[in-house]
Write a protein that binds this ligand. Structure first.
Ligand SMILES: Nc1ncnc2c1ncn2[C@@H]1O[C@H](COP(=O)(O)OP(=O)(O)O)[C@@H](O)[C@H]1O
Ligand SMILES: [Mg+2]
Length: 230
């Protein structure tokens, strides 16, 4: 095994049982991702990109195959250990930011720390620092509904990073934004990558975003149909 692989996926399969029958979404995906890489995942709608991201982040279990994280089998982890992986090692960014509408930007970003047992004062201090880092120091007390789409996504990125994860999984983070704001969000993610030495896996339909990353994976017919350095 390549010791430097952060993630190694071997013969990964995922099927869903639906009233209409079994759907084989992933049918033998193999890939390796090194620490610090910025990887784009592309493919048509329904190709299985989100399914793959959920499995890589420990949010869903594969039907077959293996995911190794730093050499250890992810799905051999027990409940609390898998929770710890999801909460501490991985930060998720979704297309629809999934911020809590009743809470302010600051409270949304504090939430993962509070759930993790941090004191409120410390959580508040760290949340305001990271919100400043994403350019939102003037929006701390705004609720998501009073923020623009780009600002909401910045809050979501701050929330994803607040526990200092090593891996960012972003599922169409600019899918809902116009091109100028998409570029800003992409620049922000790349800045965070550089500052923190993150590994980033980003699902996108945006070609310029994909090309700004190190490598592009194409999912087609349930397998990896392309794997190119950019
Ligand atoms: N929980 C589920 N139950 C049944 N089918 C699902 C489920 N999740 C995804 N699918 C199906 O799997 C396929 C791939 O979905 P998804 O991974 O979301 O694709 P993508 O993100 O590439 O658009 C789709 O046909 C979708 O309908
Ligand atoms: Mg998707």
């Amino acid at each position: 095994m390549n010791e430097r692989a952060m993630i190694e996926v071997a013969d990964l399969g995922k099927s869903f049982t639906t009233p209409g029958g079994v759907i084989d979404v992933l049918r033998g995906v193999n890939l390796k991702i090194c620490a610090g890489e910025r990887v784009a995942v592309v493919g048509t709608s329904g190709a299985g990109k989100t399914t793959l991201m959920h499995i890589l982040g420990g949010l869903d279990h594969p039907t077959s195959g293996e995911v190794l994280f730093e050499g250890d089998s992810l799905f051999a982890l027990r409940g609390a250990e898998l929770d710890a992986f999801r909460n501490r090692t991985v930060g998720f960014v979704f297309q629809f930011h999934q911020l809590l509408p009743e809470f302010t930007a600051m409270e949304n970003v504090m939430m993962p720390l509070l759930i993790g047992g941090s004191r409120r004062a410390e959580a508040a201090q760290r949340a305001s620092a990271i919100l400043a880092e994403v350019g939102l120091e003037h929006r701390l007390t705004h609720k998501p509904g009073t923020l623009s789409g780009g600002e909401q996504q910045r809050v979501a990125i701050a929330r994803a990073l607040i526990r200092e994860p090593r891996l960012i999984l972003a599922d169409e983070p600019t899918g809902n934004l116009d091109s100028r704001i998409s570029d800003e969000i992409m620049q922000l993610l790349n800045r965070m990558h550089q500052a923190r030495g993150l590994t980033m896996i980003i699902v996108t339909h945006n070609t310029s975003l994909a090309n700004s990353l190190d490598r592009t994976l194409r999912i087609e017919d349930g397998v990896l149909a392309g794997d190119n350095l950019n």
